[in-house]
Design a protein around this ligand. Structure first.
Ligand code: HEM
Length: 213
């Protein structure tokens, strides 16, 4: 465990932990979105997707605990970096200037991060930690999105997730060394495309379900 303590102690180590766990969450979002697209196929298609997922049994439990561990690393490291940046404010502004200015995503990273965490807790209480013995997961999702309040909350949350991802995706590539000027425009475009995919892909689902139910 010494290597973990040493990694966490150094600034580049912390950035690397953020990048690795961040890439993992981007991968999770892509897989989760692909699964959720079965909602467009209606009750049978979504319930059978969920049944396939749960048939993974212990593998799913291991993946879920892995995700909890990665989330803890991402949150604790992110908050530590935020605190250290906050303490070194004068230097931070100079560094940001020389890095070519700030975007909405980069300037709001800690705040959108906390909002994403709040959303995930709310989301798990809605759809994960619920009694599914007398109903189906499709019915739970469509009952939630029958409420306009839920639809609005989810759509706003998806915008926040997209803003967080737009900078996170780009920043993770920078950290792992893909910051050559030749690749920068491509990585920037990829980050924007991925953020749009996440924002629109997830964001349109509650609207579709609320009007089709
Ligand atoms: C409209 C958007 C979304 C819908 C309809 C949706 C739907 C669902 C459903 C139905 C489940 C429960 C699956 C089950 O237990 O059978 C679930 C789990 C989960 N969702 Fe979402 N989701 C959405 C967006 C998101 C976003 C944006 C995130 C992350 C930022 C997220 C993170 C999670 C996590 C971490 C789980 C638990 C996975 C597990 O334990 O297997 N979801 N989602």
């Amino acid at each position: 465990m010494n290597w973990l303590a040493a990694t966490f102690a150094s600034s580049i180590g912390k950035k690397l932990l953020m990048a690795i766990t961040g890439f993992f969450f981007c991968f999770f979002l892509a897989v989760h979105l692909a699964g959720n697209l079965t909602l467009y196929g209606g009750s049978d298609s979504f319930n059978s997707y969920a049944a396939h997922l749960h048939s993974l049994g212990k593998l799913l439990v291991v993946a879920e605990w892995g995700m909890v561990l990665f989330a803890l690393i991402h949150i604790i490291t992110g908050l530590t970096l935020f605190y250290q940046n906050f303490q070194a404010r004068p230097q931070r502004y100079q560094i940001n200037k020389s890095a070519g200015g700030r975007t909405l995503g980069s300037a709001t990273m800690p705040y959108t991060g906390v909002l994403v965490l709040a959303f995930v807790i709310f989301h798990l209480l809605n759809f994960h930690f619920v009694d599914k013995s007398q109903t189906t997961i499709y019915d739970i999702v469509s009952a939630a999105f029958a409420s306009p309040l839920y639809v609005i909350l989810y759509v706003i949350a998806m915008v926040v997730v997209a803003v967080h991802v737009s900078h996170g995706f780009w920043s993770a590539f920078q950290t792992v060394g893909a910051n050559h000027p030749k690749y920068m425009p491509t990585i920037r475009t990829l980050s924007i495309l991925f953020a749009l995919l996440v924002g629109l892909g997830f964001g349109l689902l509650p609207i579709f379900i609320s009007i089709s139910a």
